[in-house]
Design a protein around this ligand. Structure first.
Ligand code: FES
Length: 185
């Protein structure tokens, strides 16, 4: 079965369009294939473009230790935590040192051991009751406040929570050698 349609084109001539059942089903198949192709391409495109919109950091909570471990501590306690970072398709698990310390109100805080000057690792010196950075002699109080040397700010405090009696931290890197804490993604 076939149908003819006459149309006048821009040049004023008649075009005859013949539509038969075969061409109709052909067109239907073509539209169906295109639609199916579009649907199937969505997950592929999402996978390919994932690194463009995925966050580079997005660290999760890391266990620092049981709360009871820190109850009677007389100074900052050094702990090593592990955390996962996603970078595009890769997930990298890293380890970092942190210190569990008490602020002036007696509340537990977790400080990054990365010196805010140029990124060396500070360590707690019990005899001096200070954190000391081995690279340029930066010094900090037990609560992380800057005491001496080139670091332009206090030690970086990390976000914490207590879950099932465990102290947890969300590890974060910060920009070096700037006066205010600036998160790095
Ligand atoms: S890196 Fe710590 S004082 Fe310079």
């Amino acid at each position: 079965m076939e149908q003819q349609i006459e149309k006048v084109n821009a040049a004023g001539q008649k075009d005859v369009i013949i539509i038969n059942r075969r061409s109709f089903f052909g067109a239907l198949m073509a539209v169906g294939s295109l639609g199916m192709g579009a649907i199937l391409s969505v997950p592929v495109l999402r996978y390919v473009l994932y690194p463009l919109y995925a966050k580079a950091s997005g660290t999760e909570w890391s266990d620092v230790g049981e709360m009871s471990e820190f109850a009677n501590a007389t100074g900052p306690v050094r702990k090593t935590i592990t955390f996962a970072q996603r970078d595009g398709w890769r997930e990298v698990v890293s380890a970092q040192s942190v210190y569990v310390s008490r602020n002036a109100d007696g509340q537990l805080e977790v400080l990054s051991a990365i010196c805010p000057h140029l990124g060396c690792s500070v360590s707690w010196q019990q005899a001096q009751s200070e954190f000391v950075c081995p690279c340029h002699g930066g010094r900090f109080q037990a609560d992380g406040q800057h005491v001496f040397g080139p670091p332009p700010r206090a030690m970086d405090k990390l976000t914490t929570r207590v879950q099932d009696n465990k102290l947890q931290v969300r590890f974060q890197y910060f920009r070096s050698n700037v006066p205010n804490q600036e998160k790095l993604s």
